[in-house]
Design a protein around this ligand. Structure first.
Ligand SMILES: Cc1cc2nc3c(=O)[nH]c(=O)nc-3n(C[C@H](O)[C@H](O)[C@H](O)COP(=O)(O)OP(=O)(O)OC[C@H]3O[C@@H](n4cnc5c(N)ncnc54)[C@H](O)[C@@H]3O)c2cc1C
Length: 497
């Protein structure tokens, strides 16, 4: 990685993060606002974000790559794709649109200071490889930092873990040289990471135990998209196939959520029965595969071709549903008193939320506490002028929301340019003063562990549409694509320079 190219001293827009969201932002800035100067910085040595960092065996998408891909570039591979295939796709987007000159890797933003007097962000950071510092100014800051901390995953503080003599691996930091051959391996966790990792390593391990506190819902399918294949056989253009499959996926997901909400018990039973059919007669499905929550509360994990269930059925993977009491030097002891011998513990226990990319924010001399902020439609924030955050879709692929958030931000920037505005701030209207404040992600609608754990660090939402992030894809997309900027929630100031 070459970090010798200097970042410009001033930019119209600084994009933070070169993952799916940052690449999406760059595409829209380049194609819709070619006169805007911008750069994308990332602390990592290359693009991809999530799909660069995660290298554990079996890592792949859990939603279809047709929808994890962008609306402007067709996905042509199998629907559930490995990390490398996603990075290849992202690399093509960068190359085909000549975005590379705007990308600066190995640069970590550490502080951002806004001055309303000169309507500028002063941004400071570190070149990761050399430790040198850099500074620049930008008129607008577009945070595309994702939602979780990349350096380190979340590992609960279990009793005795410090004295454990074996190896502890978090899948987010998978070591290149790990040797699981013949070892007693325990994966702690129950989500998508466990479900993809366990079948991928089961053949190498001496024993492989999955220890979960509570079960997850699984949906199993082959890695094919029959409609796409059929349309391809009919020589339908790839652009059409891409667009049709994306619409179909949204419709299917929204119908599914509706059915799950209306018929929670039936949906629950159907998913559990699907799993039970994959497992041997008499298997304790009640204990290991009957979640306490309802399917619509969290993402349902996908098992491809039943690989996880096949390895459980063959005895290569043992499921244990129990809580950890403590670690000894060579084992884990559960609350029920079972002792599981282990040489390697894999903590598939999730993420730590990254609040605004762990950047220290100051606005007009005051440090910013993001938790005091209220979101304008899940993309702008009170108390943080000239800043947007691309937060993707939760139930659908992340990119489905990132696409129209990018379009909105580019429209906003264009509006500021043509109107001669140097500052935009989201400001609560008088009538919003009595509005009930609610969590940024409504726990009634979506409640993964990282969101619940970090709720106190996140901005708030409000009880009216303008101040909340919608989970209605078609509704929110059509609003944001056409929304006028004069709704009283956005305050524009003329340019001072
Ligand atoms: C294993 C795994 C599987 C997943 N599977 C799916 C799936 O199937 N479907 C789905 O929709 N979602 C999935 N997700 C969620 C996934 O994170 C999103 O789909 C999407 O990749 C997020 O893209 P992003 O660009 O917003 O953020 P990220 O991919 O997190 O990238 C953010 C980038 O910002 C950079 N950054 C952050 N802070 C700073 C800073 N201060 N200075 C400089 N750079 C910074 C980081 O280095 C990183 O490269 C998955 C997540 C994981 C971990």
């Amino acid at each position: 990685m070459d970090t010798s190219t200097q970042l410009p001293q001033h930019l119209d827009v600084l994009v933070v993060g070169a993952g799916i969201s940052g690449i999406n932002a760059a595409y829209h800035l380049t194609t819709s606002l070619p006169e805007t100067s911008y750069a994308v910085i990332d602390g990592h040595e290359s693009f991809g974000g999530t799909w660069l960092v995660h290298t554990y065996p079996g890592v792949r998408t859990d939603t279809e790559a047709y929808t994890l891909g962008f609306d402007f570039k067709p996905w042509v591979g199998p629907p559930y794709a490995g990390a490398q295939a996603i990075r290849d796709y992202l690399g093509e987007v960068i190359e085909e649109n000549d975005l590379a000159p705007n990308f600066f890797y190995g640069r970590l933003l550490t502080s951002a200071t806004w001055s309303s007097d000169n309507q500028l962000w002063t941004l400071a950071g570190r070149v990761v490889a050399t430790g040198e510092t850099f500074t620049l100014t930008a008129s607008f800051l577009w945070m595309c930092h994702g939602y979780y901390r990349h350096e380190k995953g979340y590992t609960p503080a279990w009793n005795g873990l410090d004295g454990f003599a074996g190896e502890v691996i978090h899948p987010q930091s998978w070591p290149k040289d790990v040797d699981l051959g013949g070892k007693n391996v325990v994966i702690i966790g129950s989500g998508a990471t466990m479900a993809t990792l366990a079948p991928a390593i089961a053949d190498q391990c001496g024993t492989l135990t999955v220890l979960q506190r509570s079960p997850t819902y699984f949906f199993q399918s082959p890695n094919v998209e029959p409609l796409a294949d059929q349309l391809r056989a009919l020589e339908t253009p790839e652009e059409w196939i891409h667009s049709i499959i994306r619409k179909k996926s949204v419709d299917e997901m929204q119908n599914l959520v509706q059915i799950q909400q209306l018929h929670a018990e039936i949906s629950k039973r159907a998913l559990i029965d699907m799993v039970a059919k994959q497992l041997p007669e008499g298997y304790d499905v009640e204990r290991h595969f009957t979640p306490r929550h309802f399917p619509q509360d969290q993402r349902v994990c996908r098992v491809l071709d039943g690989d996880l269930f096949a390895k459980i059925s063959s005895g290569q993977i043992t499921m244990i549903t129990d809580e950890i009491d403590h670690f000894t030097s060579l084992s884990i002891v559960t609350k029920d008193g079972d002792e599981i011998p282990c040489d390697v513990v894999i903590t598939a226990t999730g993420f730590d939320l990254s609040v605004l990319g762990d950047v220290a924010f100051t606005v007009d001399g005051e440090p910013v506490n993001f938790a005091d902020s209220v979101t304008y439609r899940g993309l702008l924030f009170t108390g943080l002028p000239n800043l947007a955050w691309t937060f993707g879709a939760l139930r659908l692929s992340w990119t489905m929301r990132a696409d129209y958030v990018s379009r909105y931000v580019v429209r906003l920037l264009s509006h500021m340019r043509s109107g001669g505005f140097g500052k935009v701030a989201a400001v609560l209207r008088d009538r919003d003063a009595t509005m009930k404040l609610v969590p940024f992600i409504d726990p009634e609608k979506f409640s993964p562990g990282y969101a619940l754990r970090s709720r106190h660090l996140m901005p708030k939402g409000g009880s009216v549409d303008e101040w909340s992030m919608s989970m209605d894809f078609w509704g929110e997309r059509s609003v944001l694509d056409s929304l006028a900027f004069e709704d009283g929630c956005l305050q524009f100031d003329p340019t001072v320079r």
